[in-house]
Design a protein around this ligand. Structure first.
Ligand SMILES: [Zn+2]
Length: 242
């Protein structure tokens, strides 16, 4: 099995970063079969050295808001969906022991680490968030709040639906200048490739971005909203400064 650490390439020891797989169970308290979600979170996060009761999650809205969270936000969305942080699709923090998470099924999770500060960000980037350039919003938030330099940032991607499977409408061409590929008269989108380009465009080094290139639709190891619709569970992408 391929590694589930999106920052694997960088051999970082001061950060926990990981995403779950189907076998770890549904991690959403809101979507799919939620009955075992808390237990699933408990098992998965404990294996990483994270107390699941401290987890911070968002009521994700496919927007571009990125919020700073700290010790006082620990546990928001950990035990019930209602207490999740409102209206945001990304988190940043420079505080150790504060676990940040996004939940996805086809959308891309983006993990960002600034080893200089140190500080971290985690983002939820579906096609709508990608269209609104949430990756650059994340980098900007780290620049504004922490004084991060884009050239120092290390980035890893979680699994997402890829251009092998993500057919989109023709009119996507007018909204995305790159990252679309034509195949047999149909248009396919590569969310990860577009986010990679957006990150490079705001100063992140290409060599500092790691893309494990995992497709949630092709690979049964992951939940896929396109494939499973309302029954789809969610995988969790989680990041914490030690
Ligand atoms: Zn695929």
């Amino acid at each position: 099995m391929q590694p589930s650490n999106p920052l694997e390439k960088f051999k970082i020891e001061s950060v926990i970063a990981s995403f779950s797989r189907r076998q770890d169970g549904n991690m959403s308290l809101c979507f799919g079969d939620t009955r075992d979600a808390l237990e699933n979170r408990g098992k998965f996060l404990t294996s990483l050295g994270i107390d699941y009761r401290n987890l911070i999650t968002a009521k994700q809205v496919h927007g571009k808001n990125v919020k700073y969270v700290g010790q006082e936000n620990k546990g928001n969305g950990a035990l019930d969906y209602e207490s999740s942080v409102m209206d945001t699709d990304g988190f940043i923090t420079d505080q150790p022991g504060v676990p940040l998470a996004v939940l996805t099924a086809d959308c891309l999770s983006v993990f960002i680490y600034d080893p200089k500060r140190p500080a971290i960000a985690i983002l939820h980037a579906g096609w709508r968030g990608t269209e609104q350039n949430i990756s650059q919003e994340g980098v900007r938030a780290m620049q504004n709040k922490f004084g991060s330099q884009p050239k120092d940032l290390l980035v890893g991607f979680g699994p997402s639906i890829r251009s092998c499977c993500f057919q989109v409408e023709d009119d996507f061409k007018s909204n995305f200048a790159f990252g679309l590929a034509a195949k047999d008269g149909r248009v396919f989108m590569d969310i990860a490739l577009i986010n990679q380009r957006q990150l490079i465009d705001c100063g992140v080094r290409a060599g500092n971005i790691f893309d494990p290139a995992l497709c949630t639709f092709s690979d049964d190891d992951f939940f896929s909203f396109r494939k499973e619709a309302k029954d789809a569970g969610r995988l969790i992408s989680v990041m914490m400064l030690k």
